[in-house]
Design a protein around this ligand. Sequence first.
Ligand SMILES: *Cc1c(COP(=O)(O)O)cnc(C)c1O
Length: 427
Amino acid sequence: MSNMKIETKCVQSGYTPGNGEPRQIPIIQSTTFKYATSEAMGQLFDLEASGYFYSRLQNPTCDYVAAKICDLEGGTAAMLTSSGQAANFFAVFNIAGNGDHVVSTSAIYGGTYNLFAVTMKRMGVEFTFVSPDCTEEELNAAFRPNTKAVFGETIANPALAIFDFEKFSKAAHAHGVPLIVDNTFATPVNCRPFEHGADIVTHSTTKYMDGHGAAVGGCIVDSGKFDWLAHADKFPGLCTPDDSYHGITYAEKFGLAGAYITKATAQLMRDFGCTPAPQSAFLLNLGLESLHVRMARHCENGQAVAEYLQQHDKIAWVNYAGLPGNKYYDLAQKYLPQGTCGVVSFGVKGGRKAAEKFMAALKLCAIETHVADARTCCLHPASATHRQMNEEELIAAGVPGDLVRLSCGLESKDDLIADLAQALEQV
Ligand SMILES: *Cc1c(COP(=O)(O)O)cnc(C)c1O
């Protein structure tokens, strides 16, 4: 499918039934797989032959869906994980361990920030966080001799900053390390990071890809473009023999196209087991089949709601990169010309109290911590996810007391705007 349009890939890629086989992806609900001889199975364990032996490492249903996402992103290899958290952890830990260092933008998902700044720090991986708006000099100054990767999000959740691919990929490659980009909010329908210099892409498939709030999941895709062997001293895990696999050197045995994902499967999935259930992969695929249709509507609703709020006299400010005048408008036009996503954030005049009153008055928009699914939902971080913080801490974290985050679903934009209008009337 690699030469087809993205719409066709959403529907068709990943699984092609043979004669008389099921039209829909089969759910292979089996932990294990049978072989005729021990020799045949031994070859799988030696990575001499490809095939399935235990669903903790690989399962055919999950692989069909990984192959679809791989094709959507234009990559060479991909794997599903049990969550977006697992995807970002594996993506970094596959190439950075104890004693290593990673440069990340500070505009990232809170869960990822915690994973990097607290949990991976305890594992000996150090992170330097730079502003998404940093200068090239500031960015280059963040690198150290032991830096192994650069990390960012195409559209930051929840800051909604748009990633400057050119600036970050140039710096990463000048220092001989890959650029890892979390493409969750944009999805490959709106942006394909490999076309802009990224080397590895991650997803929380829990969001728009699943799109119906049905299954938590993640995915990692490799572009196959980063030349590990050209920087062999930095990436011994890929460029020197793996003792736990009889001395295989991944970059030599599987080439640039397959080395990174094979290593992540053979080592990290084997040892950590963050594998999705085949049933969850099946549900994810149902979401992917309509991703291109849904993203267009999420963006249409996001744009309409942002424009409505911007002219409302009870609204202090609106943050949506599709609005001319937004700090990230030009980057959005450059990298996401078809639209960004359905998530809009804004401030209600009157601060925290007014925002709380507004939230309580909403009827159609539900209060949830989730984002990016079919049903519109909203969150007032100051009274929910960030409620331990005082007013100053909230401002430092980029979530002032008046901030409301609205994730526009697939309903009629007229009904969404009517709900916002009646709630604002009560403030
Ligand atoms: C939600 C989210 C994650 C974490 O994904 P889970 O599936 O919840 O583990 C990572 N990155 C981004 C951008 C997200 O929005």
